[in-house]
Design a protein around this ligand. Structure first.
Ligand SMILES: [Zn+2]
Length: 207
């Protein structure tokens, strides 16, 4: 007996009998045409984040990719899932906006601040190097301002990943034509508040 699988199956049945019928038209419409999402949403794999819920979006609107720490390796350094998703979303789906969304209480950010904590997870440790420049900025700002390291790092990581995004040829090309914009978000899981740094600005402001 697999209790977790049974729990998931109960959820599927509830979706099929209660949720789907209520939105049957929306799903039928989404299935009848090619997807045309307006946004690529890059966020953390953290199970407490629901991209559709926090943006009040439905099927077909947001193309989502998630990984530990909502990171975007600079182009050419780690060709893989994230780079392929970005290229496909921009070049084939023609998304008009890319969001990099970090969040409070992020385990990846906490691990960056406690380097020994990932010693037994070499793959995670290696992945986190994508945020090392943000860690360096955080250490400098903390000495200067005395603010909470975790809060600074969460914001600085989002800003760094926006910079990395611009190293991807598909992104740089679409931005040059004015067809694509970027923003960096920090979602507060405990309060629902979302801070946004619009493209070109390093300051986060509440929505
Ligand atoms: Zn996280």
């Amino acid at each position: 007996m697999n209790d977790v699988l049974e729990q998931l199956k109960r959820g599927v049945r509830r979706f099929q009998t209660e949720v789907y019928p209520e939105q049957a038209e929306v799903f039928a419409q989404a299935a009848s045409e090619r997807q045309r999402p307006h946004t690529l949403f890059i966020t953390c794999a953290d199970s407490r984040i629901d991209p559709n819920a926090i943006t009040s979006t439905g099927p077909g609107e947001v193309f989502v990719t998630r990984n530990i720490g909502n990171m975007v390796p600079p182009y050419g350094e780690m060709l893989g899932g994230v780079s392929a998703v970005i290229e496909f979303a921009v070049s084939a789906l023609k998304v008009q906006h890319i969001v990099v969304c970090g969040h409070t209480q992020c385990g990846a950010m906490q691990a960056l601040l406690a380097p020994g904590s990932t010693d037994a997870m070499p793959t995670v440790k290696s992945w986190l190097t994508n945020a090392h420049a943000a860690l360096s900025v955080t250490e400098s700002l903390r000495k200067r301002d005395g603010a909470q390291a975790l809060d600074i790092l969460t914001q600085q990581n989002v800003l760094l990943q926006l910079q990395h995004l611009k190293t991807h040829p598909s992104v740089a090309g679409a931005m040059a034509l004015g067809e694509l914009t970027l923003s960096g978000w920090v979602y507060n899981i405990g309060t629902g508040e979302i801070l946004i740094a619009e493209d070109g600005e390093a300051a986060f402001a509440p929505v």
